[in-house]
Design a binder for this molecule. Sequence first.
Ligand code: SAM
Ligand code: SF4
Length: 417
Amino acid sequence: MNVHDSEKMLGVLEPEGFLQTDNPRSADLIIFNTCSIRQKAEQKFYSELGRIKSYKKLNPCLKIAVAGCIAQQEGKNIFKRAPHVDFVFGPQNIRTLKHFVADGYVHVAIEENPLISVEDLPAKRSSRISAWVTIMYGCNNFCSYCVVPYTRGRERSRPSEHIVAEVCKIAEEGFREITLIGQNVNSYESDVDFPGLLCKLDRVGGVERIRFVTSHPKDLSTALIDAIKELPKICEHIHLPLQSGSTAILKMMSRRYSFEDYIEKIAALRAKIPDISITSDIIAGFPGETDEDHRLTLKALCEIEFDGIFAFKFSPRPGTKASKMQENLTEEKKSERLYEILALQDTITEKKNNALVGAIQEVLIEGPSENANGNLTGRTRSNKIVDIWADDIIKGALVDVEIIKGRRHSLEGKLVG
Ligand code: SAM
Ligand code: SF4
């Protein structure tokens, strides 16, 4: 979401005459697009912000802006901590960049923006193959650990005709794949619901693949499962964050499903789409998590066999319910649990990748490979990275590949035919 917000910032700035540079020392404007989901990201940002202070001596015209969720959370307090900052704007106020660069009269822009879902900011996309498309903003779920509802505001869906128009434009520009983004795409609601939106987008010519993130398990409906199964362009992959294998912890997280509910959803997905790839998020060391709760999470990983996970140590975030809960684990203990979760999942991911050896998979070529397993890299419909050796294939090509090796975080393949 932040990557796409940065693309929107570039989309707003380009008509104002700005060009992107890889060299921050030569920049007239530096924007930090920040994340506050965990404390680590916040610490990293403040140390970077301190580091670039000296650039203002090299270029007295340099303006420094802080954007994203830390900007939203801290507002004008950022000026106290870092007086070299010129402008602070939250995720709902990207459009104010235009006024800031025009005459610098805006300094802080963090107000709720009720028009965010209809403002349709332009985006300068970094890829020419795959495009992010925002379908909704904010979140109403208030999971007890999460800062998102406080920084990104209430849930607002974009009108479906705006989304369809954007996707038609993307298709005309030659993109092959779109990823629909929202904190909880399953609760998308305009003249149509989320499966209805998928139906409309599946009919847009040109785009070959449609992905979406993130789905909340409580809102995963039979209609959505049917849409993934039946609509040809919807890829067979779902990111369905579990967070914990313990129902007691899920309750304290205010997730509004039990582990049993979650397992039922997985069974329903696999019954209709046997090859579906399922990935997830796990939080290690939530306040009150016992050895038994942790064991239940490890057991859940073995039982479900996700294709991959992102796992994080619990990080108390300001203003959230969980930040007021008594933590019972040291940082070392949380790290130990995180390590166990990641190590177990690595073996599961490797096993699942190995099981694909011999299978023919459709791969969308994204560009040159960054490792020695091939000269090109792409993704399967199930969102697995595949490296191949091939000449005369261009970025954006859809090719059939036979998987010849499964690795821990990727696959190796060879062209068929
Ligand atoms: N909306 C999505 C959902 O409900 O799953 C994802 C939101 S969040 C940007 C991505 C992931 O960050 C979450 O699924 C959760 O695992 C993790 N996360 C959020 N807050 C956290 C916190 N305070 N400490 C550790 N991990 C956190
Ligand atoms: Fe955060 Fe996702 Fe829960 Fe919303 S649904 S509060 S974004 S974890």
